[in-house]
Design a protein around this ligand. Structure first.
Ligand SMILES: CC(C)(COP(=O)(O)OP(=O)(O)OC[C@H]1O[C@@H](n2cnc3c(N)ncnc32)[C@H](O)[C@@H]1OP(=O)(O)O)[C@@H](O)C(=O)NCCC(=O)NCCS
Length: 179
């Protein structure tokens, strides 16, 4: 958002007007309705935190984050460290619960910026305070290519590949090591 003085990214607040987001296809209507009707209450009640990019006072993109987990089926494993003893079928993860960019503002890296905000928040704020190894998302099929470009990996299980919204993840431990 550098060099764009009209744009500001921040958490939503009680006084914000969160209407007017135009998402194009009707499949995305729930994302618009969530922002209009529920995001503020969830935010205030600590059920989900929403961050938005505002053009002056109008929202043009948002991301909603929640605490979550990646649950594995069968023998699948998420990490490739043979020496690591981890007995559980679920891994702690920060979840991207919602992500949407106004159709008139796509392909301007706003989606990338918001995913970066999620990963940065996980690494800098959540990981030092609580176990959280991954950032995860249940991706719409139309957005798979977008998340792969952001460095996410598709969870490699037959069940996941069949899901209408497959799980993808970023390993924050690996991301931290390579930085
Ligand atoms: C998916 C979405 C969030 C992407 O937002 P965006 O701001 O347009 O994406 P960006 O401009 O940050 O794109 C970053 C890169 O991903 C690519 N990209 C964007 N959308 C893509 C898609 N659907 N498939 C494949 N690649 C995509 C861009 O071309 C860009 O590539 P580059 O780095 O090579 O230039 C947006 O299209 C959207 O809101 N879609 C509708 C709702 C939705 O699907 N949300 C995700 C819910 S899981």
């Amino acid at each position: 958002l550098q060099n764009q003085p009209d744009l500001r990214a921040r958490q939503i607040e009680a006084g914000d007007r969160l209407t007017g987001l135009s998402l194009g296809h009707q499949d995305f209507l729930p994302l618009k309705i969530f922002l209009q009707r529920h995001a503020k209450t969830y935010h205030l009640k600590n059920l989900a935190r929403t961050y938005a990019i505002f053009e002056v006072s109008r929202v043009i993109a948002y991301i909603t984050l929640v605490c979550g987990e990646i649950v594995l089926e069968g023998d699948a494993s998420l990490q490739d460290e043979p020496d690591l003893h981890y007995d559980y079928k679920s891994y702690p993860a920060l979840k991207i619960a919602r992500l949407a960019v106004d159709a008139r503002h796509r392909e301007k890296d706003y989606g990338e910026f918001l995913v970066g905000l999620a990963v940065g928040t996980a690494k800098e704020i959540i990981c030092p305070a609580a176990g959280c190894r991954f950032v995860a998302v249940d991706s719409k099929r139309s957005a798979l290519g977008f998340y792969l470009k952001q460095g996410f990996t598709l969870l490699d299980t037959p069940e996941n590949k069949k899901r209408s919204e497959p799980v993808l993840f970023i390993d924050l431990f690996k991301a931290a090591k390579s930085n």
